[in-house]
Design a protein around this ligand. Structure first.
Ligand code: ZN
Length: 297
């Protein structure tokens, strides 16, 4: 199944693409949203039963906006340097174990929304990634072999990164990963039954119709099942959480000379079987600019 959320930002409504007609069916009779409770309470199974029984009403044909296919997740985990060619182009060693970082959950936006270049940013960069959405609580999984049964589905994800904030400031990567609008997700969540092997997928990204990234998930250093198992050894993965599984080579940082996003550019990216997204970059409106710190005492 392909799960979508439609409607204005913050007021999206769950829907599913009809497997036969290709049109959209409302999922409101099954759930209020695709959130933690939906995944925790066997929502995907209930949705499938409702489709098979013909119980879902069609949506009006003109869909105003596609939101991200899941409600704001409890957490977003990033996996760094998970493709050999990307680690090499970054002049970083092949990691001995998955590199984890946190990305703020309120970065997720829809697959056609606008990406805001942060105020003063000169090094905003792109990263096409296979997004993994957790379906069942995963804690201390015994083996990687069982890990894929904890995955609800997959989606195209863009792990935007501000390289100055990420790499040239002190501390961890999170500052450069968590800027507003830095995680377009979708168009759909494709349920895991339709992607039996997530290591068989092409993924690509164009900037203004020029191909910048073209990779394959078989080139991951750590597979999806290894990542889910590994992360569960350090934190509880909850239903609806998102894991970005790393990006192949071709990011702006690695170009010679490096090239970064400017306002008015289009990112067009996709993954086999998971659809495509198109997002435009814009300057951050002045009302969102960071203000000087206020002193209260
Ligand atoms: Zn990434």
């Amino acid at each position: 199944m392909r799960l979508i959320r439609v409607g204005p930002e913050g007021h999206e409504s769950p829907a599913v693409l009809d497997p036969v007609e290709g049109s959209a069916l409302s999922a409101r009779s099954v759930t209020a949203d695709y959130d933690t409770e939906f995944f925790r309470n066997d929502g995907i199974d209930r949705l499938r039963e409702a489709i098979d029984a013909g119980n879902l009403q069609p949506l009006q044909s003109n869909i105003p906006r596609l939101g991200p296919p899941i409600k704001r997740p409890g957490k977003i985990i990033g996996i760094g340097l998970n493709y050999r060619d990307h680690a090499a182009e970054s002049n970083m060693p092949i990691p001995d174990e998955p590199v984890l970082f946190m990305k703020a959950p309120n970065t997720i936006i829809g697959p056609y929304d606008e990406v805001r270049i942060p105020p003063g940013s000169t090094k905003t960069d792109w990263e096409v990634e296979l997004g993994v959405i957790i379906g069942r609580q995963a804690s201390y999984l015994r083996t990687p072999m069982e890990a894929l049964s904890y995955v609800a589905g997959y989606a195209v994800s863009n792990d935007l990164s501000e390289r100055e904030y990420q790499l040239e400031r002190d501390g961890q990567w999170d500052k450069g990963k968590s800027c507003d609008t830095f995680n377009p997700l979708g168009p759909w969540l494709v349920t895991s039954d339709e992607i039996p092997d997530p290591q068989t997928l092409n993924l690509w990204l164009n900037i203004d119709d020029v191909c910048e990234q073209a990779g394959h998930t078989s080139d991951m250093i750590f597979s999806v099942e290894h990542i889910v198992w590994f992360v569960s050894q350090f934190m509880v993965l909850e239903p609806g959480d998102l894991i970005n599984t790393g990006t192949p080579s071709g990011v702006g940082l690695s170009k010679n000379p490096p090239r970064y996003l400017q306002p008015g550019q289009e990112m067009h990216l996709g993954i086999d079987g998971l659809g495509e997204q198109r997002t435009k970059t814009i300057d951050t409106p002045s009302l969102r600019r960071a203000v000087a710190p206020v002193r209260y005492i």
